[in-house]
Write a protein that binds this ligand. Structure first.
Ligand SMILES: Nc1nc2c(c(=O)[nH]1)N[C@H]1C(S)=C(S)[C@@H](COP(=O)(O)O)O[C@H]1N2
Ligand SMILES: [Mo]
Length: 198
């Protein structure tokens, strides 16, 4: 399958691929607030709730019917590390949106995860081709510690916007703050603006 290289997306936001104040690592560190939850493809449920015409739940079989894409992306953690050139395969959010009838009044999204984690973004920041609901990394099922079976990746934002072990996407007409956002981290989280705290 062809790989879409989106590592050039930084040009929309800043001068350099490595955002200011970040250092590059060749590792892919694991960064989780607590324990890794026990989720697999067989037990996966992805609930679409809130400001949508019909709330619905995808199991793995229904999810696997959605269009997918493989992209090369960079990861930027707000604690300072950036890790380049990861190949993620997943469903781009616009492809999911085509199937779920989002309320035109919806302005925000809250992602829910199996470990109780949540994170929020404006809908406009989520409705981008490079925001993937990712289930493969480097051609293999996404590693459990990196969020397998299903996570969000947000290469245009600090990586705390990418919920691992995704279980739900809640659309809303006003912001609902996520786990780190309630604890002082930035809602917009633009790495090139060094938008770390709010
Ligand atoms: N469910 C869940 N998602 C999460 C987190 C978490 O603790 N729980 N940590 C976030 C943070 S702060 C970062 S930097 C990335 C790290 O992803 P990685 O462990 O695959 O590097 O996951 C994000 N998504
Ligand atoms: Mo992070």
């Amino acid at each position: 399958m062809a790989v879409r290289d989106v590592t050039g997306l930084y040009a929309e936001f800043g001068a350099d691929r490595l955002p200011p104040g970040q250092h590059r690592t060749d590792e892919f560190p694991v960064f989780t607030k607590g324990d890794t939850p026990d989720v697999d493809r067989e037990t996966l449920t992805l609930e679409i709730t809130g400001a949508v015409a019909t709330e619905r739940t995808f199991d793995w079989e229904a999810f696997a019917d959605l269009p997918t894409e493989t992209q090369r992306q960079d990861v930027h953690c707000v604690t300072g590390w950036s890790s380049f050139d990861h190949e993620f395969t997943g469903v781009p959010v616009p492809a999911l949106a085509d199937r779920i009838d989002i309320d035109p009044a919806a302005t925000h999204v809250l992602f829910h995860a199996a470990d109780g984690y949540t994170t929020d973004l404006p809908l406009s920041a989520v409705m981008r081709q490079e925001v993937l609901l990712a289930f493969e990394h480097e051609g293999s099922p996404l590693e459990r510690e990196h969020g397998g079976p299903l996570r969000v990746v947000t290469p245009h934002k600090y990586a705390y916007k990418g919920a691992k072990w995704l279980t739900g996407i809640e659309f809303s007409t006003e912001p609902i703050r996520g786990y780190w956002e309630q604890r002082g981290y930035s809602v917009s989280a633009d790495p090139w603006a060094e938008d770390r705290y709010s």
